[in-house]
Design a protein around this ligand. Structure first.
Ligand code: FPP
Length: 234
């Protein structure tokens, strides 16, 4: 970390892990090869975030729009995520990482929902970094589901920003201070739309499979050097 004037580390970092497909294609491999490598990168970065004691990290693993991909790619991604959760519980235990899920359960198979629930239950008492896996997640979908819950709870008359926040998937979380997107594109792609109102954005040109601990350090260094005003003045 190079900045001399350090600001506090972010409490919550969101990551749009983009560029898996392009990474594979530049190596003349199928896109799925990039996703497999992307999972290894996710573990590397989560481990480093845990070492740095970042309290919350949200990983955009599968969006509500990713169903538009080929059946094969969707099937591969679902299996990759499910098998990771099934086989690598020890990774989360070793690192005392608490896992939670954000996203719409409708549309996800029973098999993947079971694996998610097993890991969520097994890690619920851990006090290290919380990893929020965004699977079948869309920011607009989450806001709609929040409002539906508000209607069901019969408190629509009390509608406010605080109430919408309270009925989101992970209502106790701080908003993401920093959102990182790899792969060079400058957009949010329906990620944490409500929560990102004042997030700092960091775009990395590197494809996600190439990301290392040093890249996370560089993103955090950039964040620590920024002045956040939240619409006010200093
Ligand atoms: C975007 O790259 C990446 C995805 C849609 C999938 C990301 C999922 C993983 C890395 C697995 C992580 C799983 C866990 C459990 C943490 P892209 O395919 O859109 O890349 P492109 O822009 O080059 O086509």
């Amino acid at each position: 970390m190079k900045s001399s004037k350090k600001r506090a580390f972010p409490s919550h970092v969101g990551i749009i892990m983009d560029g898996n497909g392009r990474w594979a294609v530049t190596r003349k491999k199928p896109r799925t090869f990039g996703h497999r490598e992307g999972l290894n990168t996710a573990k590397r970065i989560v481990k480093h975030a845990s070492y740095l004691q970042i309290p919350y990290i949200t990983l955009y693993a599968f969006s509500t729009e990713n169903w538009k991909r080929t059946k094969d790619e969707v099937g591969f991604l679902m299996d990759l995520i499910r098998l990771h959760l099934k086989k690598e519980m020890q990774f989360y235990i070793d690192n005392q990482i608490r896992v939670v899920h954000t996203g719409n359960p409708h549309g996800l198979s029973k098999a993947i929902l079971n694996e998610i629930q097993t890991v969520v239950n097994a890690t619920s008492g851990f006090t290290g970094t919380t990893v929020n896996l965004a699977i079948n997640y869309g920011g607009r979908d989450e806001i709609v589901r929040s409002v539906q819950r508000i209607v069901e709870a019969g408190v629509i008359n009390e509608l406010s920003e605080t109430l919408i926040s309270a009925y989101l998937d992970q209502h106790g979380f701080p908003d993401p201070d920093l959102i990182i997107r790899t792969g060079g594109d400058c957009r949010l792609s329906n990620f944490l739309l409500w929560q990102s109102a004042y997030s700092e954005i960091f775009i990395s040109d590197k494809f996600w499979p190439d990301w290392t601990e040093a890249d996370l350090d560089a993103a955090l260094d950039s964040y620590c050097g920024r002045v956040r005003k939240f619409g006010g003045v200093l």
